[in-house]
Design a protein around this ligand. Sequence first.
Ligand SMILES: [Zn+2]
Length: 277
Amino acid sequence: MNIWSCPVCGEDLLKQNQNNNKSLVCKNNHSFDYARSGYVNLLTANRKKTKLPGDNSLMVNARRNFLSRDFYKPMSDKLCEVVDSFIPCKGVVLDAGCGEGYYTKNVYKFLSENGKSPYVYGIDIAKCAVDSAAKSCKDVEFAVGSVFHIPVMDNSCNVLMSAFAPYCGDEFRRVLKPEGTMILVIPGAYHLWELKKAVYDTPYKNNVQDYELSGFEFIGTEKVNYEISMDNSKDIQNLFAMTPYYYKTGRQEHIRLDALQELHTKVSFEILQYKKK
Ligand SMILES: [Zn+2]
C-alpha cells in the first residue's frame, strides 16, 4: 500500500530499493530518497516559501518534550477512539500537519492494538518535525509536504485527521475517499485559560468557529475538557511555546511567564467530525 504521489507531476510514486538506498520514483523518473531516519522529502523547492518552512526546531522540541509528558494523553485517547470508529480494518489514515507525530503514533498504536491493520501516514512542512516523527515510529510513513499541496493520490484516505494544523478544505476533500471522514482537533473556548490569565492583562477566550465547512457534512463533535497541573517552569515554558501566542507576546508577558513555577489550568478541545460531501 502506498498513497504518495509525485509532487512534480502528480503520478503514483513507487518504492524502489537499490543498494540499500530506498527511494520513491514516479513513471516520469522523478525520484525522492528516504532520509536515514525513514521519512521522505516530498516538498519541492518551489513550494517552500522559506529555506526551512514550518515550525522551527525550538518549537518542535518544546512540543515534543511537553507531549511526551502525556498532559494531552486524555485528548489523544479520545481522538484515537474517534478515528477507530470511522476506519475499516485495513483503512488508510492521513495525519495532515502531523508535527513530530505524537497523535499519528498514538492512532497507529490504538488501531493496531484493537486488531486492525491500518496504513497510517503523516505529513508536515517542517523537516525537523518529520525527522523526529520518523525516528519515534517506524510503523507510520512520514513525508515532508505541505497541507496545501498534499503529496497523496486522490480518493485514497478513509480518514484525514488534522490536530491544531492549518486547514485546506479543497486538498482534504481531494485526498479523502468518497465516504471518507475528516477529523479536526481544535482548541475549545477556554483552552489554557489560567495560563493566559497568568501571562496577559486581558486574556481572550478562543473563538470557536461555526461548525459548517464547505464541501463537508458536519456529523458531530466530542468535547474533551479536563485540568492539568505543572510544577516546574520547563513544562510551562514548553506549553507556552506550543501556542500560537508565543511569538506575539511582549517582553512584559515573557517576564511573567518566566517567573511561573507552577500552573493549574483548564485544557479544552473539540474533536470535530465531517463526512466528505
Ligand atoms: Zn513525477
